[in-house]
Design a protein around this ligand. Structure first.
Ligand code: ADP
Ligand code: MG
Length: 732
């Protein structure tokens, strides 16, 4: 059956050559039960590995059924192993997470048998090794002797002509060892069995031949019982593994180790959520830039709004407004329209709405929720129904008190209740319109005007960077400054020095010369200025509040008209022109160029960042998954030893990672749904959800499973780089 002619095995290890065994001549026949002994390191395991095609040899010739094997490729040996060899190891090499039944079944599934065809055969063999009671017990729960009996059952079920056992009793107590040897003997009938053992007395009664090795050579080769009859070799029958079996094993492996499943799940979950977050964040900023760039100057882009200016660049007078009101199609005029376009925030706790201010008088239509304001401390808001706070937290909005702030760092806070809401038709525009009483707008106006103006302070020939605040306590024509300002002077007394305030905006320039009347320190701050918190204003300049307001409350150079019917807006513009007024629809002020360029840049950055992120995530997750799967190396090398080909191992792993990543993806979808429903609170995430389309969800899934597949490919390639025994040794 097997013949070795002067076969030598060398190990090459970092330039050092070690000898496994040298010039072995040996002939092994069917029906023999051969015991090999010898001290540790004498080459017994090496010999068994070469015989069973798990390892290559370097010199001489090994014949299998009189056929030379020196030209055999790894694939040829794979086939040889499948047809002829069943291995039993000292360390069992079982799949610990499988049951006894599954371990025995595994070798048949890998060799193309159908699950339902092999059930009786497996149960029969489990019975023969005396493990029927444990057939559905996980192997990890068995004793050493029981484990080795499972290994024998696995070797039996494959029904190969040769069984090779390397110290099968090495890890067992005497009693179990005896049982194992007895079972082996039963199995050995009509086969060729080669057993390496330290315990020759135990095997001797059954052995037909005893071989002793020393220092890589055979020093004794004694036949105890001659083989009388010639036994024909019957190759083990096998087929390619069926697709159903690959899926069966893939699915079994996905779930059989819970921690591994959860770790892989977490990695895939992390990859997907990182990609989703990154991508949607870009979509959001794209949207924001597009929107802002669309029109930098005007936030209120109503169809029926016209921006007007005097042709002679002078401010509007009340007569002008009267004349305009007499035209047809005029709904209302907003004289000082800057506040329409100022960005205002209305906030409370962790909630903020952004938008622009409208006069309550100009509210049109009906409310969808709540009621109209009854006093000046109440407001209504027009906003998209899809806005997160409106959709999910409306009870925290309605009839609750909010703060109104301009963007100015020293703007005064106003407290106001939201009592009513009108939905905006534009679902994906989250900007609000805040309808406020005229008196509230009046208070905001100087703050807003300030935003659009540039103020400079000239003191003692230098510009100083301090802020100016209004105070009723300061006399007209004077200013009260912080005491330390004196150190900014070159000479003289700070009192009666002049401070010059210059205000510039696109319409006018205004200069105010004020005498410094006094300076303040912490102790007299409140008395002099009327403000409470010294710490907030320790370097401010206080001026008379009427003078302060007068700098900003100039007659308007630009106003807005809202028409009743936007269809005939061109005719209204025509009639305005006839009055000597420059008029243009607000939507004609599109300053699109900036926005378009920014959006393009953002799109390119998004693409680059996404690709880089995919690469980074791929390598991070490959690294982590390799560590997770490392504990599985034994599993895969065992599959290999049982006759699984590279292709089928890869496929089984493919299926496992595919399943796991798909489940992780489903987990993400559930998570997103929970965020959307407000059950999981993650405001930023909730905001992003609207920025992903079905197409992008599908793309993300495709990216994930492609990544899972690449990881599986890389991993299995590494696994098969070496001969089976080397990979096994490396990993054990
Ligand atoms: P035994 O099984 O009889 O204890 P082995 O077959 O394991 O002996 O080892 C035979 C010789 O080959 C020993 O000298 C051992 O050091 C060497 N050897 C075994 N495996 C390797 C290996 N992977 N790399 C280098 N040398 C090896
Ligand atoms: Mg050994």
């Amino acid at each position: 059956m097997l013949k070795l002619k002067s076969v030598s095995k060398f190990y090459y290890n970092k330039g050092i050559i070690a000898s496994g065994f040298t010039k072995i001549n040996l002939e092994l026949k069917m029906g023999e039960f051969i015991a090999i002994t010898g001290e540790s390191g004498s080459g017994k395991s090496t010999l068994l590995n070469v015989i069973s095609g798990l390892d290559s040899y370097e010199e001489g010739e090994m014949y299998i059924n009189d056929q030379e094997t020196s030209h055999y490729t790894e694939k040829d040996f794979e086939e040889y192993r499948r047809k002829y060899i069943a291995n039993i190891f000292q360390s069992f090499n079982l799949i610990n997470s499988y049951t006894v039944y599954q371990n025995v079944e595994l070798v048949l599934l890998l060799n193309g048998y159908k699950k339902r065809d092999v059930k009786n055969k497996i149960l029969d063999i489990i019975e023969q090794v005396g493990l029927t009671k444990f057939k559905h017990t996980k192997v990890s729960k068995l004793s050493g002797g029981q484990k080795q009996r499972v290994a024998i059952a696995r070797a039996m079920v494959k029904d190969t002509p040769i069984i090779v056992a390397d110290e099968p009793t090495g890890n067992l107590d005497t009693e179990s060892a005896k049982e194992v040897i007895e079972i082996l003997k039963k199995v050995a009938k009509n086969k060729l069995v080669v057993v390496v053992t330290h315990n020759i007395e135990q095997i001797e009664p059954y052995a037909t031949r005893i071989i002793k090795m020393h220092d890589g050579r055979i020093v004794e080769n004694t036949e105890i019982k001659p083989i009388k009859e010639e036994i024909t070799v019957e190759e083990s029958k096998y087929n390619k593994i069926t697709i159903a079996n690959k899926y069966r094993l893939g699915i079994r492996n996905t779930f059989n180790i819970v921690t591994k499943f959860l770790l892989l799940f977490a990695v895939f979950f992390f990859i997907t959520s990182a990609l989703f977050l990154e991508y949607a964040s870009f979509q959001l900023s794209e949207y924001e830039i597009e929107k802002n760039g669309y029109n930098m100057a005007f936030r209120d882009l109503s169809e029926n709004r016209i921006i007007i200016k005097k042709q002679d660049k002078t401010p509007f007078s009340q007569q002008d407004y009267q004349a305009i009101k007499k035209l047809t199609n005029i709904d209302y005029i907003v004289e000082d329209d800057l506040f329409l376009d100022a960005n205002i925030s209305v906030s409370k706790d962790d909630m903020s709405f952004y938008g622009n201010v409208q006069d309550l008088e100009n509210f049109r239509g009906n409310l969808d929720i709540g009621r109209m304001p009854e006093n000046d401390n109440e407001m209504i808001v027009k906003i998209s129904k899809q806005h997160y706070y409106i959709k999910s937290r409306i009870e925290e909005v309605l009839n609750k008190t909010f703060r109104i702030n301009g963007n100015n760092e020293v703007s005064k806070e106003q407290k106001i209740d939201i009592v009513g809401i009108q939905y905006n038709e534009e679902d994906n525009n989250y900007d609000a319109k805040f309808y406020l009483a005229s008196s509230v707008i009046e208070n905001l106006r100087s703050e807003i005007n300030k935003q659009y103006s540039d103020m400079k302070l000239l003191f003692d020939g230098k510009y100083i960077p301090n802020s100016v605040l209004p105070s009723e306590k300061v006399e007209k024509g004077t200013a009260i400054v912080y005491d330390d300002l004196r150190y900014q002077m070159t000479s003289g007394n700070i009192r009666n020095k002049t401070i010059q305030i210059e205000v510039n905006n696109i319409y006018y320039q205004e200069t105010l010369n004020l005498k410094i009347k006094n300076t303040y320190t912490k102790s007299n701050f409140k008395k002099m200025t009327g403000y409470e918190e010294y710490d907030n204003y320790r370097v401010a300049i206080f001026i008379n509040n009427e003078e302060y307001n007068a700098i900003y409350n100039k007659p308007s150079y630009q106003s807005s008209i809202f028409v009743e019917d936007s269809q005939t807006i061109e005719e209204t513009i025509q009639s305005l022109n006839e009055l000597g007024i420059k008029a243009k629809k607000v939507t004609d002020y599109k300053v699109t160029t900036n926005g378009e360029i920014f959006t393009k840049i953002i799109k390119i950055i998004k693409l680059i960042v996404t690709i880089v992120l995919i690469f980074v995530l791929f390598f991070i997750s490959y690294f982590i998954i390799r560590i997770i799967l490392k504990s599985r190396n034994i599993y895969y090398t065992t599959l290999r030893m049982l006759g699984a080909t590279y292709k089928s191992v890869r496929r089984i792993l493919d299926i496992e990672l595919f399943l796991n990543s798909t489940l992780a993806y489903a987990g993400i979808l559930v998570f997103i749904k929970l965020i959307d429903m407000g059950i999981v609170s993650f405001d930023y995430g909730a905001k992003l959800i609207g920025f992903l389309s079905i197409r992008e969800y599908i793309m993300m899934y495709v990216i994930l499973i492609v990544m899972a597949r690449l990881i599986s490919r890389r991993f299995s390639k590494k696994l098969f780089k070496n001969t089976a025994i080397n990979t096994y040794n490396e990993e054990v």
